[in-house]
Design a protein around this ligand. Sequence first.
Ligand SMILES: NC(=O)c1ccc[n+]([C@@H]2O[C@H](COP(=O)([O-])OP(=O)(O)OC[C@H]3O[C@@H](n4cnc5c(N)ncnc54)[C@H](O)[C@@H]3O)[C@@H](O)[C@H]2O)c1
Ligand SMILES: [Zn+2]
Ligand SMILES: [Zn+2]
Length: 374
Amino acid sequence: MRTRAAILREVNTPWSVEEIELDPPKDREVLVKLAASGLCHSDEHVLTGDLAGLVASPPIVGGHEGAGIVQEVGAAVDWLEPGDHVVFGFVPACGRCDSCVVGRSNLCEEAANYPTGLQISDSTARHHTTDGHDLGLMCLLGTFAEHTVVNEASCVKIDQDWPLDKACLLGCGVVTGWGSAVYTADVQPGDYVAVVGAGGLGQNAVQGARMAGARAIAAIDPVEFKREKAMEFGATHTFSSIEDALENSEPVHWNRGYDKVIMTMGVGSAGDLGQAFNLGGKRSRLVVTNLHPTTEVGMEVPAIMMTMFEKQIVGSLFGSANIRKDIPRLMELYLQGELNLDDLVTKTYTLDEINDGYEAMRNGENIRGVILFD
Ligand SMILES: NC(=O)c1ccc[n+]([C@@H]2O[C@H](COP(=O)([O-])OP(=O)(O)OC[C@H]3O[C@@H](n4cnc5c(N)ncnc54)[C@H](O)[C@@H]3O)[C@@H](O)[C@H]2O)c1
Ligand SMILES: [Zn+2]
Ligand SMILES: [Zn+2]
């Protein structure tokens, strides 16, 4: 069939919205009509080339934070049927690999297919340009498209009366930010927490820290609008930079240092990470959620302080969450009024306006932009 998609044809060029050719789903695959797709910073990393080697090279269909309605399923898919509503996990969860069986589906082995961007089942493409060239998929999804074909492992079935324009956010940013605080940082009641970068993920780290019982939450972001929003999402203090927080956090944590520091900046950098390490106090945990360019190697931290203060540095992928448990759970928390998804979406766009959405991200105007499909 023909559909339309935003394709990155070359690094550092705008998204190109084009007709593409989409093959029908094979055995364990699902054809989905997208309802909504969030504009996460990770696709911006694809555009700038930061993720070279980690995701498929251009041409690639972008987008990994989506939700939609199943149109057709392959012969071996027995738990989804046309009409079902699904959120995609940006990491598949096969349910069978080592990571999945120990309850760490965020580290599912099937993510090893990221660098090709081809289908999990047989390493071939279902997406092609109209002149016959194969297209890779961001995170094996390609949600910047009116329709896509993905493996069943990438799908999480949700209730049909849950709003898809909010549910899409759970395919990446909300679960990743919230889980970075609740699971990876393991925020405890009474903790002092710092969140570095108050964008789409950071605001959810703030919400997660609040729900986990943090005593004080400092949101650090150079953009005033982001700091104001963070106070609405549950921050108790704000700072305009890591340096500002290093100098002025005494009223927050009484000079003890933060217990948990969560990195959710747009682009991670070794220099910022090294500085943020100093925000943490004794037995603090520094959680690296933001993505550093794949070419960056090495970071400088005073290792002696890791020993003397028993400080930890840990990474967090998809908030250390399990999508089949956590996506429905967070959706229910939203419906109960405990989790704020409404104020995350600053502006919505059509697929054709995708470059405006990313320009707004670069200008610090959006917490999250979301593409709505007809
Ligand atoms: N680990 C994962 O599983 C995972 C999943 C999704 C996204 N990510 C990554 O997380 C990061 C955040 O994504 P997002 O969609 O929230 O991005 P975003 O652009 O919405 O937010 C980033 C925020 O960081 C702020 N910022 C920039 N420089 C800063 C600095 N020096 N100090 C403090 N704040 C600064 C920006 O003003 C912005 O508010 C990106 O690197 C993204 O690729 C990681
Ligand atoms: Zn994302
Ligand atoms: Zn798995």
